[in-house]
Design a protein around this ligand. Sequence first.
Ligand code: G6P
Length: 601
Amino acid sequence: MCGIVGYHGTETASPLLATGLQNLEYRGYDSAGIALVDSDLTVYKRSGEVESLLEVLPESSTQQRGIGHTRWSTHGPPTDENAHPHTDEDGRVAVVHNGIIENYEALRAELSDHTFTSDTDTEVVPHLIEEELESGATPREAVEAAVARLEGTFALVIAIAGVEELFAIRQDSPLVIGHGETGTFLGSDVTAFLEHTREVTYLDDGELAVISGAGVELYRDGESVEVTTEQLTWEADAAEKGGYEHYMRKEIHEQPRALRQTLSGRYDLDSGTVDVEIDLPREYLRSIEEIQIVACGTSNYAGRYAAELFESLADVRTTVEIASEYEFSGGRDPWRTLVVAVTQSGETADTLSAIRKAIRAGARTLAVTNTLGSTVTREVDDSVFIRAGPEIGVAATKTFASQVATLALLAVYVGRERGALSSNRARSVLQSLRSLPGAVQQVLDREDAVHEVATAYADSEAFFFIGRKYGRPVALEGALKLKEISYDHAEGFAAGELKHGPLALVTAETPVLAVLTDGSAATETLNNVKEVQARSAPVIGAVSGDVGESYLDVTWEVPDIGMFEPLVTNVYWQLFAYHVADEKGRSIDKPRNLAKSVTVE
Ligand code: G6P
C-alpha cells in the first residue's frame, strides 16, 4: 500500500517520476526514493517527504528510464536506508516493492554471503536477481527465477543497469501500466501518471511486464500473452479514490486486502503457532497477571474485542480503559501488568498520556499501531504493526478490522506462550482468522442490498445497535460509525441491558441492528430482538446459521466462519452507515468537528 511509479520513454525520467510520487502522496507515506538508470544506476532516497527527496535529486539528468517509490513502513522504521529502491551488492539491480514478502527471513539466511543494508523484506529481491544474473541468466530469466522464490503479496518494479528493459510483476498487489505518447508509465494506481495518459493495462496476478523502448510485452509462466488496454474516464480526484466517491468507501472495500496483509506470514496453521515479531520474553508473558488495554474511539472498541480474546485464549485478566480516563493506580503489580496501547495513528495524545503513566508506574508496555516510527512506538517496550496501509477517511474502517485481527494473533501468541491454549484450539482460531478476508469480501459483494435498506431507513429518528460477547464491541462500533458520518443519533448497547433502560427509547421509528452470529450469544440476543419487535421497532439482523429469521425485518447473512463472524458483521454496519450518510449528502471523509488524529488531550 505504498506507492510505485516508473517511466521508460524518450523524455527525461527524473521530473516525471518526481511528479508521479507527488501524485501518490495522498496515500500517506513515510519515505521516498527514485532510481535512474541507463548504463549505470543511481539511487536517491530519503525518509520524510517527497519534498526532501527533491532536494537531493540532481537538477538536470539525462536518464530516460527509472523507478520510484513512496514507502509506508512495514518492516523496519522509516529511515533513509529502509526507503526504496533497494539494490544488490554491486548497485546494479534496483527494486521497488509494495506488499510483504513472507519468506524473506529464510531467503536472507540462504543469501548469508551477501551484505544487506536495510531491515526490509524487499532487499532480498535485488540480491536474488543478482545471483541469477551471475549464474548466467538473462535479465528476464533472472527476474522470473527470483520472483518464483518469493512467498507473499507483492507488486515489484525492477531496473537493471545496462539493461534496456524495466520489469514489473504483481501478486495480490495492484500495478498498472500507462501507454503514453512519449513512453510507458507504471504506477501502483493510475494517479501516478493520469496527466500523461488514460490508456492503461492492469496487470493480473502472476503476469510479468517487460517494458522497453518498443513498448510492453506481457508474459505468464514464461509464455507471451496478449496486451489488452482500456481507456480511463476518471478524473484525477476520482482516481485517487480508486474510482470510489469517497475514501471511506474505498477503505471499506480494501479490507480483504488489508486483512491479508495483517495476517500474512504471521501464523502456521499446521502447528497452531503465531509469530507477531515481538521480543517480550516467554517467562515474562507467563508471569503477567493482567493486561490493560488503553485506547480511544474505534481503537477502544477494537480493544474491547481483544479483551474478550485475551481472557478466553490467553487466560489472562484483561481490562480496557478509555485512554483519557486511565490511571495506573494502586493495588496492581506493575511488573506483572502489560499495558497495551491500541492506536492506528500512534499519535493520539490521550493514548500517549495513558501509556506514559503506565511507563512511569513501571509496567511493561506494547503498542498495536498502523504507523511505524510513530510517537507511541518510540516510547513503548515493543510494537506490533497492523499493516492495514494508510487510512485517509476520518472514520476508521479497515484499521478496526486489522487491529482486531492483529490483537487476535497476539492473543493466540500470548496464549501459546503461557501454555493456556492448546494447539488444536489455536488451529481453530487461526482457521477462522484465515477465513476472514474471504468472508468480508462476500459481505462487500452484497453492498447493493445494504444500500437499499439504508435508503429505506435513512430518515429514522435514531438507530440502536445491540450485541453480546464479541458482538458487543461491534454494536458500539456500528453506532459510532453511523453517528460520526451521518450525524444521526445512534447508540450501541449490550443486548441484555436494553430492558434496563434503553428500551424506553425504542419505537417504530428506531431501527435496531442486531448481531446474531457465532461468538455473539445469538440465541440470548434473539430474546432482546423479540422485546424490541414487540415495541414495533424494525429489526435488521446480521445472521449466521439458523437464528430466528422470522423475527427480523431485514436479514443479512454472515458467512459461517466461527468466532470472527461479529467482525465480519461490522462490515455490514460500515456499509449501512456509509449509505445512510451518503443519502443525506454528508461530508463523509471529513465529518464536521472530527479529526483523523487527535493530538491534544
Ligand atoms: C480520532 C478519530 C477516530 C479514532 C480515534 C483514535 O478520534 O476520529 O476515528 O478512532 O481518534 O485514534 P487512534 O489513531 O489512536 O486509533
